[in-house]
Design a protein around this ligand. Structure first.
Ligand code: ADP
Ligand code: ASP
Ligand code: MG
Length: 408
């Protein structure tokens, strides 16, 4: 009898009907002779609703209290699912993170899991119970409730699967696998049977929210297979592992997916008078844990420096505060904010060995007259910052230029 760890996301538990459907899915797994630990998200829209309640009292709510509030969403869904399972004659128990012992650091809103105690989980499984665990939450060493960042239930599930030494972690969501682009934007996108951890990690970092980036990182570190499946239909889904199976045709393509990110903000600092000052700005932001992306520095004709970079929109206020504090001593430097930008990327393990990929990438965008503002690349990705209004056109152009369309 194997322990199967399943995770159900917000849409999958978004209504009472959906919770009943999930109960049936779990019962099916149980009837196949497996023990089940299911990790749940809050019902869809609930975390945003709670967040906006807090923000209507304070635009920047106290982070400890915000976590206490946001963690309640998952408590509702695990309890409802337990009720549905018990009503169907199955023994089930819901557990919050502090009851399990999901221990995190104390970075409210973006806590990292340090370890998971397995005693309570093992006890419940021994008693033949179906165990329902609240995703997205943890508890720090002082018993404060923490949350793991948006989309964090994926990471809860992966960490629990690793702690229980499960064979794989099944992530049930509202699409039937990982696609060559967001299937809601590109209907011709192809489902991938397999994808490697490193590619999926880059995709998640570049905006593919089908898996939280930390979940992929965690699974990679523990060499735990993730399988992404639909909670609406049966299917084989997509396996995320550290290797490809040799016969996969998609291996032959240098690019496996097109990814986009809309929550970008482009900052341009003009008229910086010295390289030392540039370094100070970057250091001040890095010290506060701000992730700068797509960084570019240009020396202008008058020898002043222009520094451009992108950040996630959520960090806007924090970044402005840091920069304005520093810049107040440095008259003349101006900050320009551009919200009208987006990041468009191609990801693929074969990019490094195919010099023509970069040419194809730029040709596809120039054929569509898409202006590129910033560029970054690695062995497995190329990303550009473009105007937001060109994003959908760009996703389609790259998807077809790299022969990823279903009909190709
Ligand atoms: P859940 O609530 O189950 O965690 P999410 O909304 O977080 O679900 O993630 C699933 C969504 O990810 C899909 O509905 C899809 O729009 C989006 N997505 C983005 N990129 C991809 C991709 N490459 N493949 C599949 N889904 C993707
Ligand atoms: N409910 C949380 C969120 O909306 C966590 C999750 O869904 O994974 O971000
Ligand atoms: Mg998610």
């Amino acid at each position: 009898m194997a322990v199967i760890v399943q995770k159900y996301g917000g849409t999958s538990v978004g209504s009472l009907n959906r919770i009943e459907a999930v109960a049936e899915n779990i019962i099916q797994t149980r009837q196949q002779g497996h023990q089940v630990v299911a990790v749940l998200s809050a019902m869809s829209g609930e975390t945003n609703r709670l967040l906006s309640l807090a923000q209507s009292l304070d635009k920047h709510p106290a982070s400890r209290e915000l976590d206490v509030l946001l963690a309640t969403g998952e408590q509702v869904s695990i309890a409802l699912l337990a009720i549905a399972l018990i009503q169907r004659g199955y023994s089930a128990i819901s557990l919050l993170a502090h009851q399990v012992g999901i221990v995190t650091d104390n970075h409210f809103g973006r806590a990292h899991i340090k370890h998971i105690k397995t005693k309570r989980l093992a006890q419940a499984l021994e008693q033949e119970q179906i165990v329902l665990v609240a995703g997205f939450q943890g508890v720090d060493h002082e018993n404060n409730i923490t949350t793991l960042g948006r989309g964090g239930s994926d990471t809860s599930a992966v960490a629990i699967a690793a702690a229980l030494q499960a064979n794989e972690c099944q992530i049930f969501t509202d699409v039937d696998g990982i696609y060559s682009a967001d299937p809601r934007i590109v209907p011709q996108a192809k489902r991938l049977d397999h994808i490697r951890f490193d590619e999926m990690l880059v995709m998640a970092n570049l905006g593919a929210k089908v898996l939280q980036n930390r979940a992929v990182e965690y699974a990679m570190r523990h060499n735990l297979t993730i399988r992404v499946l639909s909670s609406f239909n049966q299917g084989v889904g997509t396996q995320v592992t550290n290797h490809y199976s040799e016969e996969m045709p998609q291996n032959q393509l240098p690019v496996s997916s097109i990814t986009h990110q809309q929550q970008e903000l482009l900052l341009t600092l003009n008229n910086i008078r010295s390289h030392q000052l540039t370094a100070e700005y970057i250091q001040a932001l890095a010290d506060k844990g701000i992730e700068l992306d797509m960084l570019n520095q240009t020396v202008m004709a008058d020898e002043s420096i222009t520094l451009s970079f992108t950040i996630h929109q959520d960090s806007e206020q924090q970044v402005l505060k840091i920069l304005q504090n520093d810049i107040s001593n440095n008259a003349g430097v101006t900050i320009k904010l551009d919200h009208n930008v987006a990041k468009l990327s191609v990801v693929g393990a074969g990019i490094k060995s195919k010099t023509e990929t970069i040419g194809q990438f730029f040709k596809a965008l120039s054929d569509e007259k898409i202006e590129i503002m910033l560029i970054s690349s690695s062995e497995i990705h190329i990303s550009v910052i473009i105007n937001k209004q060109d994003l959908i056109k760009g996703v389609h152009a790259l998807h077809s230029a790299f022969n990823l369309n279903l009909s190709a």
